[in-house]
Design a protein around this ligand. Structure first.
Ligand SMILES: [Zn+2]
Length: 260
């Protein structure tokens, strides 16, 4: 039964407080499902409407959430280089192995926030060599290669810091081996992101002579995120705000790689 609006008004004083709200709600929606006595003749319809609205709002939330998960289901291996007895590059007692681990952890969080499943080759200060092995470095690299190759990861990101005898060199830079067709595209996207977020003027570079990156079959790149030998960069590389900026830049580069 369809009712004119003025009848709803007429019966307003007869309904209790809760009905008041419902009547007003329906009035606003112009869903005039009231009879002449002000009773709800279509209360199931109202309940269903409420349920539907709640469901619609919930779905909207879910959608917003999914839309903000561009890396949903992607498996990414984050590989902080060095560790343990191998400090990597250094400036006095400032060691690559510690800073790249901090950045790698922040990066892992940033990738997970976008929906990725993240593995790390190391999460603490140790190398991956087998105990008592003479060629520790080779053993460490072999283990990393095996971990990444045996995973079903969509890509890997090796995180390193650079150092040169000259203190003038600076800027985050991506290196790739062309062993995998996808590596260059990933490199292009992350290098562009380094330029955008970190102001890096360095260029993407191909390297085909590094054992580890030649041996990894999954797509991925080596990221030298800054120079410890440059005073300004050394300073910011140790600061959480800059480490987060690096993580954001890499994450956006990865998203662009998957979606552009
Ligand atoms: Zn390194």
């Amino acid at each position: 039964m369809v009712l004119k609006k003025h009848v709803v008004h007429h019966n307003f004083q007869n309904v209790n407080y809760k009905k008041h709200f419902t009547v007003l709600f329906l009035y606003l929606l112009e869903l005039n499902s009231y009879n002449y006595n002000g009773d709800i003749v279509n209360k199931y319809k109202i309940v269903m409407l409420m349920v539907f609205l709640c469901f619609a709002l919930a779905m909207q939330k879910v959608n917003e959430h999914i839309l903000d998960l561009p890396l949903f289901g992607k498996v990414i291996y984050v590989d902080p280089g060095h560790g343990g007895r191998d400090p990597g590059a250094n400036y006095k007692d400032i060691l690559e192995k510690n800073i790249n681990l901090e950045i790698s952890k922040i990066l892992s969080d940033a990738l997970m926030e976008k929906g990725a499943i993240v593995y790390m080759t190391r999460e603490n200060d140790y190398d991956l060599a087998r105990p008592n092995i003479a060629e520790r470095k080779r053993s460490d690299l072999s283990r990393r290669i095996r971990m990444i190759n045996e995973s079903a990861c969509d890509l890997y990101l090796s995180i390193h810091l650079n150092a040169t005898p000259s203190s003038t060199w600076r800027g985050a830079q991506v290196f790739y081996d062309d062993i995998n067709d996808k590596n260059k595209l990933l490199g292009v996207k992350i290098q562009a992101s380094f330029k955008k977020y970190l102001g890096s003027k360095r260029k993407l570079k191909q390297i085909n002579d590094l054992y580890m990156y030649r041996m990894i079959q999954r797509p991925g790149v080596l990221l030298e995120v800054g120079f410890l030998s440059n005073a300004n960069e050394r300073y910011v590389l140790q600061k959480p705000y800059y480490q987060k900026k690096i993580a954001k830049a890499i994450t956006e580069g990865v998203i662009n790689y998957f979606y552009e």
